[in-house]
Design a binder for this molecule. Structure first.
Ligand code: BDP
Length: 648
């Protein structure tokens, strides 16, 4: 029973209930696996056996059932690290550019107590694999998943118990083929002219500008829970004066009846609120809000919510403990501002990629930590997960460091009218469900982006984006929703449904190349047109220019560091006028150089990074650093340690 003396507080509590009622359309949770007194985690990272199916139809693995025996018995295998893209780890160009099924296999020794204790669930989880995946355990299919950047899992306890003497052989087949209904979409083109192409020649086409890295990109692990367990937790937060509110809902599986103890603890482990209900509102006196760093002298404050579940059946009693970090904050959009905790927030940040030498898109801790150090060196306060969801480990870093995130789904390159059909839309809705389910509890995530640069002027785009955005809002009514546009403001059919207009433009690069003098007028016109039509706040979600590190010219010429500098500075002059009105952010394209498909406009990848792919600064990085720290001073409330960025 919720009681409140203040009507303001009561209204807020009722709102939080309405919000949670609308969410949770998926029927199981996808909590990040964490160890606790009731849960064990066993990482399966390291070397796996690997074989690409290079048969003409890429189907030999299925025809000969490679999953039924050890992979080495089916033909030659090589070592393959997990997590990593497979493309860049060998010297074989046909593997780098491979399209089709590849097969991974690993044998695991499972602790015997997992097998003997029938009250233990054993779950196999893949953090992400690109794109279609099928998973077998000892030759028995346990799950499949479509989509490259989100986790999936299967319970395998009963299978490993069937014959405890057998090793536990995990086989995962992964196919990176993109078609018109996948996200991102693509198409396979066969080129049959025997005077020009070898027999069976085909290419994978796609309309996005990054290399289609493939393989098992994020950790594979086994984890346990008791038979009765905490399946999901949803938190929604608010505050009034100095009282914080954490509305929560716990979903329990494996027990008809369970007793819960929910405890919210502060940073020092002191209990600040508790409850015995599966859902409710925890009130926190003298709340420490979660603030973005550079905005407050006590940023990124995280509470811990410990959920302890007790249940029993005829045979045993079960206790499960799961602890979730919780940041208390609010997000709102007006027609000129983006408010975090009711204070205007200006995004001065970056667009990124999960991209590195050798590991491709594979999760790489040294790279992750280096990138966060560079983000802070730069004075950036935010990034967009262009153009797909990033690893959960990265989102957790954002929560802990106070970096604000626009969380983008893999809806990039939707350019063909057939990719607006029902099959595409249905899949896109599921992808948003999976993304919201995974990331809903991250305080760093302040907005969802459902797509990047779709062909939003095409007739079906209106219905498509209306449906997609409404669905996302139903899943999570607390966060604004957007997509990133490069369409004409007057013809963009999805823009009426977004909360924030996010525009990409490349004046003096793709248009009027070499003519920096056009930037002020064209950028001004862009902003005035969009704001005039929609009266919604605007983020410049991409702008930039390629610069090959070390290439110089004065006067500036395209592809030199000087040209990149002057493009950035010309944009900045306009941002400085408009940010006093309705421009609420600027995200440089791109944080670092990244790999793309080969083509005549790309010199070993896209060079619009302000850092090289090896994370060394180009001269533009220093321009941006100077600007971002100035913006932080002007728009934030700097913590004492951040007043002297040079000492960082
Ligand atoms: C934008 C895309 C981005 C590209 C960038 C570019 O959103 O993915 O990499 O252009 O061409 O249109 O550099």
């Amino acid at each position: 029973m919720i009681t409140s003396k203040s009507p303001g507080m009561l209204l807020r509590v009722l709102y939080l209930f309405a919000v949670l009622d609308a969410a949770c359309l998926l029927d199981t949770g996808m909590l990040f696996p964490r160890e606790s007194s009731s849960r064990e985690v066993k990482e399966l990272n390291g070397l796996w056996s690997f074989r690409a199916d290079k048969s003409p139809n890429r189907n030999q693995g299925f025809e000969r059932a490679w999953y039924k025996s050890r992979l080495v018995e089916t033909g030659p295998v090589i070592d393959m690290p997990v997590p990593a893209s497979y493309n860049d780890v060998t010297q074989d160009p046909t593997l780098r550019d491979f399209t089709g099924w590849v097969w991974y296999e690993r044998e695991v020794v499972v602790p015997s107590r997992w097998i003997t204790d029938k009250g233990t669930r054993v779950v196999l989880r893949v953090g992400s694999a690109h794109y279609n995946s099928i998973v077998w355990l000892n030759g028995v299919k346990v799950t499949e998943h479509k989509g490259g950047h989100l986790p999936f899992e299967a319970e395998i306890g009963s299978l490993i118990r069937e014959d405890p003497t057998m090793p536990c052989r995990i086989t995962i087949a992964v196919n990176n083929t993109l078609n018109l209904d996948t996200l991102p979409p693509g198409s396979i083109q066969y080129l049959n002219d025997p005077t020009r192409y070898p027999d069976g020649f085909f290419v994978q086409n796609y309309y996005f500008d990054f290399f289609n890295y493939a393989g098992i990109h994020r950790p594979v692990l086994l984890y346990t829970t008791p038979k009765a367990y905490v399946d999901d937790i949803t938190v929604v937060t608010d505050f009034l004066d100095n009282t914080g509110m954490v509305k929560y809902e716990v979903s329990v599986q494996g027990a008809a009846k369970a007793t819960l103890k929910v405890t919210l603890m502060d940073k020092d482990g002191r209990c600040v609120a508790s409850s015995d209900e599966t859902s409710g509102v925890l009130k926190v006196a003298d709340v420490n809000l979660w603030w973005p760093y550079l905005m407050h002298d006590n940023p990124a404050y995280l509470y811990s919510m410990e959920v302890r579940l007790m249940a029993a059946d005829a045979r045993a009693t079960y206790e499960d403990v799961y602890t979730l970090p919780v940041g208390i904050r609010t997000v709102k959009v007006t027609n000129t501002q983006f408010l975090i905790n009711n204070k205007p927030f200006y995004f001065h940040g970056v667009n990124k990629h999960e991209d590195s030498d050798i590991r491709g898109k594979g999760l790489d801790w040294p790279l992750i930590v280096k990138d966060f150090n560079l983000i802070k060196w730069l004075g950036a306060n935010s990034f967009r997960t262009s153009h797909y969801p990033y690893a959960e480990e990265i989102m957790q870093m954002c929560d802990r460091h106070g970096i604000v995130v626009i969380d983008e789904c893999p809806g990039v390159g939707i350019k063909d009218i057939r990719s607006f059909g029902n099959a595409s839309l249905a899949h896109h809705l599921v992808v948003m469900e999976e993304l919201v389910r995974r990331d809903k509890n991250h305080p760093s995530v302040v907005m969802w982006s459902v797509a990047n640069e779709p062909a939003a002027e095409m007739p079906p785009a209106g219905y498509y984006f209306k449906t997609l955005i409404e669905h996302t809002k139903a899943l999570d009514p607390t966060r604004p929703v957007t997509y990133i546009t490069d369409s004409n403001y007057a013809r963009d059919k999805g823009a009426p449904y977004v909360d924030v207009i996010c525009v990409n433009s490349y004046f003096s690069w793709y248009h009027d190349p070499g003519h920096i003098e056009v930037i002020p007028i064209q950028l001004n016109t862009q902003f005035e047109n969009w704001y005039g039509k929609y009266q919604k706040p605007i983020i410049q979600s991409e702008y930039g220019a390629d610069a090959v590190p070390g290439l110089h010219s004065d006067p500036p010429m395209m592809f030199t560091e000087e040209y990149q500098n002057v493009v950035l500075e010309s944009y900045h002059n306009v941002f400085d006028q408009k940010r006093k009105q309705y421009v609420i952010g600027e995200l440089i394209w791109n944080f670092a150089d990244f790999m793309t498909a080969q083509g005549i406009t790309r010199v070993v990848g896209n060079k619009k990074g302000i850092f090289s792919r090896q994370r060394q600064p180009k001269s533009a990085a220093f321009i941006l650093k100077e600007r971002y720290w100035r913006l932080a001073n002007a728009t934030g409330r700097l913590p004492p340690w951040a007043k002297y960025p040079c000492s960082l």
